[in-house]
Ligand binder design. Structure first.
Ligand SMILES: [Zn+2]
Length: 51
């Protein structure tokens, strides 16, 4: 029974870690989504340096 509890704890921890990773990735995707620039009017990722 103790071993099963330990395995369950490891599974929960791994799932939580994976969820955090996925959330972070989604946030990163949203931040780097290509959108219309208000500076030059063209479509490119935000925070792209203008030449
Ligand atoms: Zn621009």
């Amino acid at each position: 029974m103790n071993v099963i509890s330990a395995l369950l704890a490891i599974c929960v921890g791994a799932a939580a870690g994976l969820g955090l990773l996925v959330l972070d990735d989604l946030r990163w995707e949203a931040r780097n989504r290509v959108s219309k620039c208000t500076t030059c009017g063209e479509q490119h990722p935000r925070h792209t340096p203008h030449r």
